[in-house]
Design a protein around this ligand. Structure first.
Ligand code: F6R
Length: 614
């Protein structure tokens, strides 16, 4: 949700910032802009649309300078146009500011500033903030850094900002509250600032993740200084980045999404590496080891998450309830935070989030923590806000997910949830040896079985061709395949813009069956297991109304094959693990359909990854 990048050092800032923006474009692509300071003064280039538009727009312009800030926007306040694009300048055009987040009291601040003679060009909350800094600097006669600090003391909302001023072209000022910001410490006294580490990794692996209400000042010859907004100096905690540069490239694939779908045999393996030992009959998650006992005796577990991560939580509900016999609730973080949720002693709240930055999930966790709950996290992005505010947690180790539609993060979340449920079940004694052995043996085989499903890509592409022009689609599943149906429908709608609904298969007769006619593709998960026969009946109900059935079945299935229009086979596995395989064909189907419809698969309209606003 908006990406910010900044650089100060000996190199030319423009190419570094531009490249950084391209890496962060998954966070928003409504507009892009870069401001630089050089001998001519403060230059500000910004343009509606993608970073490539900005690049065209700046061709043959003066882009000289060794200090610069850049922004790629996901619009909150104001239309996505040139004027509302960041960076925003102060009235005297001395100060430039980029911002990710929302200034909630911007209206009140704006009224006060207008009364003091300020005029505004854009409709954004960000322009208000840069005018506030200017106003304070003029009236209090303080440095820009001090004016930023004082301004932030007047701000309600979320922000990650970087500020630079013509008055001091050797300095960048950055701050964060509820929106992420990382400082990269370069080898030659240069500094990189960004919303996440992806623009930084090719220059340095030494980083400092800013905490809420911290201000970082990076200055040539003076290095990095860190303060809280009360102006107390703090010691920066330098961490080493583990990210690999290749993980940020498309690696020969046409889109990140396709690359990430194909990475799943490896990402699932990376996820259980060191956490699963079939020979010794052992599973465990180092990150939550100290909380295993508390989890085993928990009266209730509440999962909070959004979107795809919420679907993973639903799979988790099936796993935890069946294996550990602990009651589980799955909550949309955005709903949970605005209720007055009942959280009692012995409850554990677990947040699931790829980015670890989703505003609603963060707020839900903070609420649970304030009510005395133990809060745990399952995140993909190392060092993210959720991973830092939780008492403990486990990373999914899926590697950077750049495609806006989540794929490998989902299967990694389900893998962590499986291991967690197994470990707790063993501790509690709710899982017998034979069943435990069967599940872990099958879990270890999942990467190769995912690879097998991926071999059906061409066949799935041919099915996609048939249904690419559908106006609607239904996804049906039962038990732990119901969340897979929801996830399949979400994937299709978000990247191909086809309206799709996911339902528990048996619910169809309570309403959605009215939608079925010969134009309606119905995607059904009909794998071997407890509900197989019931799903077969549901398929018959669809066929009786001339619906088109595309079924995901277990290898060798004959019964569904005889009824369905198309079947996609997946290898047999333990029933608990079916979501890890059944989700793959749905990811591929949405991908191919979206490509065939000419949609921008990696950057679907109106969306952004890492939703750091409410
Ligand atoms: C869908 C998708 C979103 C995210 C949701 C939560 O493909 O990516 O629905 O799952 O925005 O994001 P995280 O997991 O980062 O909290």
């Amino acid at each position: 949700m908006c990406g910010i990048v900044a650089y100060i050092g000996e190199e030319q800032a423009f190419p570094i910032v531009l490249k950084g923006l391209k890496r962060l474009e998954y966070r928003g692509y409504d507009s892009a802009g870069i401001a630089l300071i050089n001998k001519e003064g403060l230059l500000n280039y910004k343009h509606k649309g993608k970073v490539s538009e900005l690049e065209k727009h700046t061709d043959k312009k003066n882009i000289d300078g060794t200090i610069g800030i850049g922004h790629t926007r996901w619009a909150t306040h104001g239309l996505p146009n040139d004027v509302n694009a960041h960076p925003h300048l102060s009235g005297n055009e001395n100060i430039a500011l980029i911002h990710n987040g929302i200034i909630e009291n911007y209206d009140t601040l704006k009224e006060g500033l207008i009364a003091r003679g300020h005029t505004f060009k854009s409709e954004t909350d960000t322009e208000v903030l840069v005018h506030l800094v200017e106003d304070i600097q003029e009236h209090e006669k303080v440095s820009t850094a001090e004016a930023v600090r004082l301004a932030l003391n007047n701000v309600i909302g979320a922000y990650a900002i970087v500020v630079m001023s013509k008055d001091n072209p050797n300095q960048l000022i950055a701050a964060r509250k509820s929106s992420p910001l990382v400082v990269g410490i370069g080898k030659e006294g240069d500094f990189y600032l960004a919303s996440d580490a992806t623009p930084i990794v090719e220059y340095t692996n030494e980083v400092v993740y800013l905490e809420d209400e911290e201000i970082a000042i990076v200055e040539r010859n003076k290095g990095l200084r860190l303060y809280n907004i009360q102006n107390q100096e703090k010691t920066p905690y330098i961490q080493e980045l583990e990210m690999q540069l290749e993980a940020l490239e498309k690696g020969g694939y046409e889109h990140f999404m396709l690359k990430e779908i194909h990475e799943q045999p490896r990402s699932i393996k990376d996820c259980f590496r060191g956490r699963l030992n079939v020979n010794k009959g052992w599973v465990g998650l180092g990150g939550i080891k100290d909380y295993e006992q508390q989890l085993a005796t928990a009266k209730r577990i509440i999962f909070v998450a959004c979107g795809t991560s919420w679907h993973a939580a639903l799979v988790g509900e099936y796993l935890f309830e069946d294996l550990t016999r602990i009651p589980v609730e799955v909550e949309y973080a955005s709903e949970f935070r605005y209720r007055n949720p009942i959280i009692g002693e012995g409850d554990i709240v677990i947040a699931i989030s790829q980015s670890g930055e989703t505003a609603d999930t963060l707020a839900a966790l903070e609420l649970a923590k304030a009510k005395g709950a133990t809060i745990l996290g399952i995140c993909n992005v190392v060092g993210s806000s959720i991973s830092r505010i939780t008492h403990a947690g486990s990373y999914t180790h899926a590697g950077p997910e750049i495609g806006v539609a989540s794929t490998k993060a989902f299967t990694a979340q389900v893998t962590v949830l499986t291991i967690m449920a197994l470990a707790i079940a063993r501790k509690k004694g709710t899982l017998n040896e034979a069943k435990f052995r069967r599940i872990i043996t099958e879990l270890e085989l999942i990467p190769e079985k995912v690879a097998k499903v991926l071999e059906s890509s061409d066949y799935i592409e041919s099915i996609s061709e048939i249904y690419k022009d559908a106006a609607n689609a239904l996804y049906l599943g039962r038990g732990n395949s119901f969340p897979v149906a929801l996830e399949g429908a979400l994937k299709l709608k978000e990247i191909s813009y086809i309206h799709a609904e996911g339902y528990p298969a048996a619910e169809m007769k309570h309403g959605p069956i009215a939608l079925i006619d010969e134009a309606m593709p119905v995607f059904v998960i009909a794998t071997k297991g407890q509900s197989y026969e019931k799903v077969v009946s549901n398929i018959q109900e669809v066929k009786a109304r001339k619906g088109k059935v595309i079924a995901i079945v277990t290898e060798g299935d004959k019964q569904v094959k005889a009824m369905a229009d198309h079947v996609i086979e997946i290898p047999d596995t333990d029933e608990h693990l079916v979501p890890l395989l059944a989700t793959i064909p749905f990811q591929l189907l949405s991908y191919y359909i979206a490509v065939m419809r000419g949609c921008n698969v990696d950057q679907p309209r109106n969306l952004a990854k890492s939703v750091t606003v409410e």
